[in-house]
Design a protein around this ligand. Structure first.
Ligand code: ADP
Ligand code: MG
Length: 742
């Protein structure tokens, strides 16, 4: 297992990390394999429906499937095209045999010779030692620390063998440890192609994979669907490209294949990028045909009165995004806009103003947040701002049951509740709106793609789709937005309200816990408040791990309570009943609890301006975006705030990079950029919960010229050759195009 695997274990399941490094098709394939190894559902295939939608394999697999066949199915390698697009991780060059005399220690080579001796040595460590002599009479020693009787049989004295491995200079001359080997008859021809090594799984031996992939390649439908002039001239056909990637001829640059600069690799990347650009254009064309309510803001209406009632003026950036949203609402198409703004940038008031425009014109609005705590804060703030102006605000969450729920549902259905705030309970089946004009989703990345699709489908009324505003503090770098979010307009709040003092971030080993505790006592003595965050293990983890989480947070709570006595310390975690959570949160907000020990339930949105110290335990287990969100819980008032990232050492190199990035910048956009750099786009987008990265081969940063070309030709292709465009999208994305619209 490499570092990346080890890191992944310590990470929350949803953000398991992949290796960085070269990102050609081969490297990308490698990354994919790691993802598969940890994925909960089978991966999406490149050309078909999401594998999850295919019949569940494993458990109900027909008995006639062999173990390797079942392994293929689990990897989503079902159809010929799936196998044809399953590219090698790397290659082995068995096309050349060197004379032992021409080799040097450190070389990775293949040599051929006759076994002169084979014996088991027990000195130091038990090992099999084989002596080999080539035709020129030079000698090589082979050593195997792990060996079976089959090895001894293969290396019978007098047998001719070809061995491949790395040479080293031993005390008794040249040696190879654990070479790969093959018994041959004298004069057996050398392969004329590099030998592919595929991403595999247990029970999927390479020779088997090579055979099935090779035969699938011959029968996969790889006819050219693109008209001339679309693919860059210097690139081979898809069939040729795949043939080269699976069976590279001897003498080809292995590096160019592995890095993805070889024309064959470029062709694959171009195909993939083109499919994405096409599906985005189609999604945009589809939305152009939709109609949303056309809402115009009146001059002295509700928005104007709300602004006048605020204790502060909007920042220039807030003003600008409000204008962008207002313009969208007035247009004929339903808005589909992402509002990005760093933590604390003031997105809530923008949402309130957007809602005010819609409500003023007689439309209902819905605001959804991913957690109950966050929804409740929105509710409190919106009630405070809007009720004095005569607006009725409804409250809907999963835990609101019985009569209260019935009443709210009735008020929503009648239109009496003009604004409804809650969790995803707001989009459940039994909720019907009288006249929904605008839906606002906070921290949209925390909502599953499916939920967002459901939202858009269910809210459509009389042929009108409601406007949709999504808000996030986890900005999406532009290249990613272009590729992953079809048809999405983006507004950005790029300045913080005045008067904020930047947060100072410190990285400590957890052996300095006592220093940190002393610091907490100081802060409390000055009338400030403190968060202490422990990692949250996801629902998907085993029962034991969830117990461990609980143990961790309750232990920390007990320890801090004792150390800080008589200062009261609050405790908040996901397993507490909602009413209890609300009570603890309420006491913290009111300042009755100076210290709060919590899991990541407080990750987003929680707004307590008096809090000035944030301690994050096991910071190495969090994703950068998550750390940034957590850190954003402090620094919300005028007091200078500190965030302490405590780690349990030793840190992996990427772990160090990540914590350093956090300490060096508080700019969410810069953090997103570094996160992308450290983790790679596949994984970065994992935060979307879309299951799989949509790009398997191309890399947005490295392949910018190809992306530009794909963008350039996509519109023309769609217009002049719609059938070819459709065939191409189907081949590459199949049933996955829906995902691009979410
Ligand atoms: P986020 O963008 O993270 O959701 P919030 O909407 O919670 O940020 O705003 C953070 C804090 O800043 C809140 O207390 C909010 O009332 C305050 N705030 C928002 N806009 C302004 C402004 N223009 N001037 C001063 N304070 C503001
Ligand atoms: Mg917020």
């Amino acid at each position: 297992m490499g570092t990346a695997d080890r890191d992944a274990i310590g990470m929350p399941a949803r953000v398991a990390r992949l290796p960085t490094g070269p990102r050609g098709p081969v490297a990308a394939a490698r990354a994919r394999m790691r993802a598969m190894a940890t994925a909960k559902s089978p991966p999406t295939t490149a050309t078909g429906t999401p594998a999850a939608a295919q019949p569940k394999p494993a458990a109900k697999a027909a008995p006639e499937l062999s173990a390797p066949q079942r392994a293929l199915q689990r990897m989503g390698l079902v159809r010929a095209i799936d196998l044809a697009l399953h590219l090698p991780l790397r290659y082995e060059d068995e096309t050349e045999v060197l004379a032992i005399a021409d080799t040097h220690p450190g070389d990775k080579v293949q040599v051929e010779g006759t076994v002169t001796q084979c014996r088991v040595e027990t000195r130091a460590r038990r090992q099999l030692v084989v002596n080999l002599q080539d035709d020129a009479g030079d000698l090589l020693t082979l050593r195997f620390l792990n060996f079976y009787p089959s090895h001894q049989k293969a290396f019978a004295v007098g047998q001719r063998v070809r061995v491949r491995g790395e040479l080293r200079g031993g005390f008794f001359g040249l040696e190879m440890m654990h070479p790969s080997f093959k018994a041959i008859t004298p004069g057996a021809p050398l392969p004329s192609e590099l030998t592919p090594v595929y991403p595999a799984a247990a029970q999927l031996p390479q020779p088997y994979l090579r055979k099935v992939i090779s035969s699938a390649l011959a029968r996969a439908p790889l006819q050219e669907v693109l008209p001339p002039g679309i693919v860059p001239a210097q690139l081979p056909s898809l069939r040729e490209a795949l043939h080269t990637l699976h069976h590279p001829p001897a003498g080809v640059s292995q590096l160019s294949l592995e890095e993805g600069s070889h024309p064959a690799a470029q062709r694959l990347k171009f195909e993939e990028l083109l499919a994405q650009q096409l599906s985005q254009l189609k999604a945009r064309a589809e939305r152009d045909r939709l109609r949303g309510p056309q809402i115009r803001a009146a001059a002295d209406g509700l928005p104007t009165r709300l602004r006048a009632a605020l204790p502060w003026g909007l920042t220039a950036a807030q003003d600008r995004v409000v204008a962008e949203i207002t313009q969208d609402l007035a247009g004929p198409r339903p808005m589909h806009r992402l509002l990005q703004g760093d933590v604390g940038a003031g997105k809530t008031v923008v949402a309130a103003l957007a809602a005010a425009v819609a409500m003023d014109a007689g439309w209902q609005c819905a605001l959804m947040a991913p957690t109950e705590i966050l929804a409740e804060q929105h509710f409190a703030k919106l009630v405070q701002w809007l009720e004095p102006l005569g607006i009725q605000v409804g409250w809907l969450t999963g835990s609101r049951k019985g009569k209260a729920r019935k009443e709210t549902l009735a008020r929503v259905a009648s239109g009496e509740a003009q604004l409804v705030v809650g969790t995803h309970a707001v989009i459940q089946d039994e909720v019907t709106f009288a006249k929904l004009g605008l839906a606002i989703v906070d921290e949209q990345h925390r909502f599953g793609v499916q939920q967002r699709l459901a939202l858009r489908q269910k809210l459509a009324l009389q042929g009108l789709e409601p406007h949709l505003l999504m808000m996030t503090a986890t900005p999406i770098p532009r290249t990613l937005a272009m590729t992953y979010f079809a048809d999405l307009d983006v507004s950005t709040i790029d300045e913080l309200p005045p008067g904020r003092t930047p947060i100072l971030t410190k990285v400590f080993a957890d052996t300095r816990r006592d220093d940190v505790t002393a610091r907490i006592a100081d802060e409390v003595a000055r009338g400030r408040q403190v968060y202490w965050v422990c990692p949250l293990i996801e629902e998907s983890e085993s029962g034991d791990e969830r117990m461990a989480e609980l143990q961790n947070v309750t232990d920390t709570h007990a320890r801090l309570s004792e150390a800080l006595a008589p200062v009261p310390v609050g405790l908040l975690h996901g397993r507490m009943p909602p009413a209890e959570k609300a009570e603890v949160m309420g006491r913290f907000k009111a300042g009755e609890l100076p210290v709060l020990v919590a899991t990541t339930v407080i990750e987003v949105g929680v707004d307590v301006p008096n809090a000035s110290l944030m301690v994050i335990e096991h910071a190495e287990r969090f994703g950068l975006a998550q750390l940034h969100q957590l850190r954003g819980r402090v620094g919300r008032g005028a007091a200078a705030s500190v965030c302490v990232l405590m780690y349990a050492g030793p840190l992996s190199p990427t772990g160090k990079d990540r914590l350093r990035a956090m300490a060096e910048t508080t700019d969410g956009f810069e953090i997103a950029r570094r996160d992308l750099e450290i983790r790679g786009p596949g994984e970065f987008m994992g935060a979307r919960q879309s299951g799989d990265a949509l790009l398997r081969f191309a890399d947005l940063a490295e392949d910018a010229p190809l992306l530009a070309r794909a963008r350039g030709v996509a519109a023309e292709l769609l217009e002049r050759h719609p059938a070819a465009a459709a065939a191409h999208v189907e081949r590459w994305l199949g049933g996955r195009t829906e995902w691009l619209k979410a």
